[in-house]
Design a binder for this molecule. Sequence first.
Ligand SMILES: Cc1cc2nc3c(=O)[nH]c(=O)nc-3n(C[C@H](O)[C@H](O)[C@H](O)COP(=O)(O)OP(=O)(O)OC[C@H]3O[C@@H](n4cnc5c(N)ncnc54)[C@H](O)[C@@H]3O)c2cc1C
Length: 458
Amino acid sequence: MKETQTFQATNHSELKGKKYQAVTRLDILKYRNFNPILDIRFLGGDLMKIIIVGNGVSGITVAKFLRTQSEDADITIFTDEKDYYYPRPILIEFLAGRVKREEIYFYPPTWYAEKKIKVESHRKVAKIYEKSKKIELENGEQYSYDCLVLATGAKSFILPIEGFNKKGSFCLRTIDDAQRIKDYLSALGLYNKRKAVIIGGGFLGLETAYAMSGAGLEPTVLEYNKSLLSRQIDEQGADILKVKLESLGIKFKLEAECESLNGNDQVESITLKGGEVIPADLVIMAAGISSNLELAKTAGLKVSKGILVNKFLQTDNEFIYACGDTAEFDGRVYGIIPVALAQAQTVAFNALNGPKLVYKGVLLNTTLKIAGIDLTCLGDSNPPVKAYDIRRKADPEKGTYIKLLLKANKVAGVILIGDRKDALSWTKIINQKIDIGRVKDSILKENFDMARVFSNKS
Ligand SMILES: Cc1cc2nc3c(=O)[nH]c(=O)nc-3n(C[C@H](O)[C@H](O)[C@H](O)COP(=O)(O)OP(=O)(O)OC[C@H]3O[C@@H](n4cnc5c(N)ncnc54)[C@H](O)[C@@H]3O)c2cc1C
């Protein structure tokens, strides 16, 4: 018997023994072709074996939310890293010397035992046998699963620049990468006045440059585009930001294309297209990411930039899900934590037998974490299409800039530089799709009371 229903409940455990009830904490579930008999039979399916590959924020969040859904599901995480989960932003703090290696971990080891989450560290998964529902490790050991979650993340994208294999050339994705950079600097001797060149003027490049300056080096950021953070902010905002960053001792070369890294054994300089040579004691590549697709390919799963997933975040094999930096949803790999968290929660719900949640996306929210520089981008903050009603307020002397992108009087994106005090209000305005038509001409004026947006009176 097939039925179409809308359900009300909070998690899979609540569904146990309740024949026609189901559903979600996220208000979504409009279910097609749901077969309650099948689902009830599987709801005792708490004994499901779920294997998660990857112990980054996506993998650990899937595990954590799975446990809230099911007390007994058998949850194992395989990760090729040696370390237990640490959030990658902490690597910046570690590089700058503000955090010690033993302080990077998010959960104490006891947490994993309490949650009955097994973590198999330093164990790379080499192959998926999708027909027999097994994975195989590099050493040939095989493990079977009922449901497999690929949370394999991404690696640094390495531009093909001649000499980028010399000693002193690095990327920054893992704690091992960060440790290698620190060890190299220690071996070089004094940090002070050493020259660090960072390739890429995106969020990671800027935060890395800031970390280098915090560690006593002189950083220079090379950016291929005309302005910094060109995916998130417009040129006017980028100019204001650049002045602020320069005041912190970070140098910039815009429209800079790297041709080669020079030096005999170790890096000594970089040559740019056009011939300019920039001294460099070390070079860090921060030119974006590329999803880890090798494992998915062993199962013949469909991939493009990332592993292709449907609205339930299933790959083209219904028992294999993907989320976070490895997943391509709606034509995009997002590469940021808010998306990884939201996708992981959806996967955790869907991985158990039973009803499925539709992944609805999440507000894009990126903040530059550099002390004294407030920059937050929300939503479509610098879309390539210019069909928006744009409102902005800039004060280059104070270093503040606000830009709103409106579509039919609703806010689609916001750039906030130098003043983040209303960031929460803007988040609500975007999320709640509030029509700001009646205040759009005054909302950026000095002393505008944001409470007016949320009240019915203008
Ligand atoms: C230095 C730094 C700072 C950042 N700061 C921010 C920030 O401030 N805000 C923000 O939103 N985002 C930030 N990001 C991006 C953010 O960290 C990523 O979006 C996030 O880590 C994605 O999580 P993930 O779990 O999908 O993938 P990952 O974190 O890449 O984790 C995937 C894991 O899977 C493992 N793996 C891959 N293949 C296999 C295999 N075959 N077998 C076993 N294990 C495997 C990988 O080694 C890795 O440990 C930052 C990234 C870096 C590097």
